[in-house]
Design a protein around this ligand. Structure first.
Ligand code: NDP
Length: 347
């Protein structure tokens, strides 16, 4: 059968923004001759994520993901449907998901890497399995629960950077549900600020491209900042940390502002910020959702219930067509998305 796939065409280099031309769409022939344990899947939707930026380098610099190889299929989070199966645990017509789904319209995969999912978990919104009821939802929820020290009734203020993205938009809502009296988001456009306040219940939002972040933080956080969910790092995070209260907690989720630079992860902090953390006894431990997979099942149940009951609102930016994968990835890296960036491959 003829299938379309996306391969890595070129590497952006460790310093530099990725461009759509780093990816190439190809037609290829797939022989759906299944061996024992294999499954033919049709791809429904795919995820693009910031961590993929390091997979574009020859060396990812981290031990938990491997680099993509030139002219080979790119892969990441995906959801699809089983078309035919020689695997006892995957039945035809079933919905499945995987972390290493090839960017292909159809693929032969090992049944052992696929997780079966009940579409009821997301009321049929299967793309949520890649976002709010998937990895980014887990990251937000577990990040807060493991590293945030949010306590009901403790009068805490939370700040979220990258607040209108997949993780940030859920993190802010959990900050409020878990008991923060004030949740302030930092993001890159007025439209995003409006969505945070009007649709997601943030107390206030700051457009870091237009507004003076230190001043606006002081305005919106009159009692200082107790918990910081950090998705971006760099100057924004330095500014937030400088305004944090004694005994505060930074949830070190991601540092996207540094991903197009040749720096280690997490990028080194200035001596001044180190000194602030020390002096104010602020914790800033690295959070990696992959280290908490033993808590994923219970957390996914909670995410599913909160989304279905309307306690958590889900924002998505959806584009259609495998030919747009490269564009969608590069756009997400520059802030083109509100909520989770999804690429719909088939109905
Ligand atoms: P998002 O949906 O948040 O998309 C990325 C967003 O980052 C963009 O929309 C953009 O929004 C913002 N951004 C890009 N460049 C900059 C910059 N220079 N300064 C400030 N903001 C910028 O992606 P995810 O929710 O998937 O990921 C968010 C973060 O969480 C990333 O750092 C990622 O690596 C991390 N992560 C960590 C995990 C873990 O286990 N620790 C797991 C999953 C994700 P804007 O318009 O606001 O600029």
């Amino acid at each position: 059968m003829q299938v379309q796939r996306v391969v890595l065409n070129s590497r952006p280099g460790k310093n530099g923004a990725p461009v759509p031309e780093n990816f190439r769409v190809e037609e290829t022939t797939l022989v759906p001759d299944l061996k024992d344990g294999e499954v033919l899947v049709r791809t429904l939707c795919l995820s693009v994520d910031p961590y993929m930026r390091c997979r574009m380098n020859e060396d990812t610099g981290v031990d938990y993901v491997a680099p993509w190889q030139l002219s080979e299929s790119v892969d990441g989070g995906g959801v699809g449907v089983v078309e035919s199966s020689r695997c006892t645990t995957c039945s035809e017509g079933g919905v499945v998901t995987a972390f290493n789904w090839p960017w292909q319209t159809y693929a032969v995969m090992k049944g052992s890497v696929l997780q079966k999912v009940d579409p009821q978990l997301v009321d049929g919104h299967l793309s949520y399995l890649l976002g709010a009821v998937g990895m980014t939802g887990l990251t937000a929820l577990l990040g807060i629960r493991e590293k945030g020290n949010v306590i009901q009734g403790a009068n805490q203020t939370m700040v979220v950077s990258g607040a209108a993205g997949a993780c940030g938009s859920i993190a802010g809502q959990f900050g409020r549900l878990d008991g923060c009296v004030r949740v302030v988001g930092i993001c890159g456009s007025d439209e995003k600020c409006r969505a945070l306040v009007d649709d997601l219940g943030f107390s206030a939002a700051i457009n870091y491209r237009q507004e003076d972040v230190p001043t606006r933080l002081k305005d919106h956080c009159p009692d200082g900042i107790d918990v910081y969910f950090d998705n971006v790092g760099g100057a924004i995070s330095d500014t937030v940390i400088a305004q944090m209260n004694k005994d505060g907690h930074v949830i070190l989720c991601g540092q996207i502002s540094q991903y197009n630079k040749d720096v280690p992860y997490p990028p080194p902090l200035s001596e001044e910020i180190h000194e602030t953390l020390r002096r104010k006894n602020i914790t800033r431990e690295r959070f990696m959702v992959l280290n908490y997979m033993h808590k994923a099942e219970a957390a996914l149940c909670e995410l599913s219930q909160r989304v279905k009951s309307g306690q958590i609102n889900v924002l998505e930016t959806v584009v259609n067509g495998i030919e747009n994968m490269g564009d969608a990835f590069c756009s997400m890296m520059k802030g083109g998305n509100i909520g989770k960036q999804i690429i719909k491959i088939s109905e």
